[in-house]
Design a binder for this molecule. Structure first.
Ligand code: SF4
Ligand code: SF4
Length: 395
């Protein structure tokens, strides 16, 4: 079926009831129908039926969508909103050349580019050029100052072994999916994951793997996402794993879709450990701190695995837990880079809540959200993966 027809058919399932509007972060911010799920679906129908041109204004309303899927979760007509927004972006990409920033983001996830880019970025941070670029106003002039603030202090890329043996009688082997950015941006979380899993009795493999393709899929580059999915299938389904685990929920949601209909369960690391703790005794030492939990949209609305984070952190004695309300932080994959003003506006109420709780620490299971929240908090409060607290308190 043609892409246009496919979009039209899916969009037809929307009965325009408007029940999805109150949960949509972009509609709540603007009160503009074109910034709502119902409005965007109407725009899609107008585009594919030839009633609307792909004007910059129309494209912007579609680009503003965070892909949080709070609309899909609530929709009584079961409209497949994720497929719709991905498909209209694919259609848009085929019709119109992409803005420079979008092309750049797609380029950055390539491992060959990353291997040369990150050492250069480290040089930029540590040589004094960063200070100069900030003070001289060069970053503002190039329109990159908000994006640059998202970058934490970079360490050299983490080198991982292909295999880590269990530290007690083995319960089986699991594969850990690190994603294309994990070894750069999630180093402590990956090391904590290996520590916890091996301590609990699992052999951990770090198989060969490529990017999950989520950024490509949600930016309209479906073919590229499909190629990544195929490659990951070849690499990850080769071993006889008990489970394929991931730390970043955004990557995990994409990986789970890519590897569906296979025998090996693909699940979040926290969920796997929570399942383990139901069958085996696991004890935790106390942590006298206050933690705020951010539950990423990918964990809530796609994977539906938020309970494990609450349950596991709840087992740590003395740890004071608060869960954030209105959890979409606005990071939304590449949106925090390409739609920085909107991403920052959506993040604002969350920062306020975090500050009101006087938290020592914030946890988030998605690396993009953690970077976005960390930048908003000006790195005054650490934002870490929940597995890091588990690793700290596991006895
Ligand atoms: S809730 Fe579903 S059917 Fe109702 S307007 Fe939103 S997308 Fe359409
Ligand atoms: S995915 Fe999120 S931002 Fe996009 S229309 Fe649905 S609720 Fe709104």
């Amino acid at each position: 079926m043609q892409l246009k027809q496919h979009i039209d058919q899916l969009a037809d399932q929307c009965v325009k009831c408007g029940m999805c509007l109150p949960g949509c972060p972009t509609y709540q911010l603007s009160k503009n129908e074109n910034e709502s799920p119902r409005g965007r679906i109407a725009l899609m129908q107008g585009i594919v039926n030839g009633e609307l041109n792909l004007s910059p204004n129309v494209i912007q309303h579609l680009d503003h969508c965070l892909g949080c899927l709070s609309c899909e979760k609530i929709c009584p007509s079961k409209v497949q909103y994720e497929t719709l927004i991905d498909s209209i972006r694919e259609y848009t990409v085929l019709q119109k050349p992409l803005p420079f920033q979008n092309k750049l983001i797609s380029f950055l996830v390539k491992p060959t580019i990353q291997n040369s880019l990150f050492p250069l970025l480290r040089f930029y941070q540590f040589s004094g050029i960063q200070k100069l670029a900030r003070v001289s106003g060069l970053l503002k002039l190039t329109g990159l100052s908000k994006q640059e603030q998202l970058l934490p202090k970079l360490k050299p890329r983490l080198k991982l072994n292909p295999h880590y043996p269990a530290k007690q009688a083995s319960l089986g082997t699991v594969a850990l999916f690190t994603g294309c950015m994990g070894q750069q941006f999630e180093q402590s979380a990956l090391l904590a994951s290996i520590k916890v899993l091996t301590r609990l009795g699992y052999d951990v493999d770090i198989p060969e793997q490529v990017c999950c393709g989520a950024l490509h899929q949600h930016s309209g580059f479906r073919q590229q996402a499909d190629t990544f999915a195929k490659t990951n299938k070849t690499f990850l389904l080769n071993g006889s794993y008990q489970a394929i685990l991931f730390t970043a929920s955004g990557c995990g949601a994409q990986l789970k879709t890519s590897l569906k209909q296979n025998q090996i369960p693909v699940t979040s690391l926290m969920d796997f450990i929570e399942q383990h703790s139901r069958k085996h005794s696991v004890s935790f030492a106390s942590i006298k701190q206050s933690v705020v939990i951010h539950q990423p949209c990918s964990l809530q609305n796609t994977l539906k695995q938020t309970d494990a984070v609450i349950t596991l952190l709840g087992k740590i004695p003395a740890l004071k837990i608060t869960e954030l309300q209105s959890p979409c932080c606005g990071a939304a994959g590449k949106n925090m880079l390409s739609q920085t003003t909107l991403a920052n506006q959506i993040r604002q109420p969350l920062l306020k809540q975090i500050q009101q709780t006087a938290a020592d620490i914030v946890v988030s299971s998605n690396i993009g959200c953690a970077l976005h929240l960390g930048a908003g908090l000006q790195r005054k409060i650490p934002v870490v993966h929940p597995i890091e607290l588990i690793a700290k308190s596991l006895q």
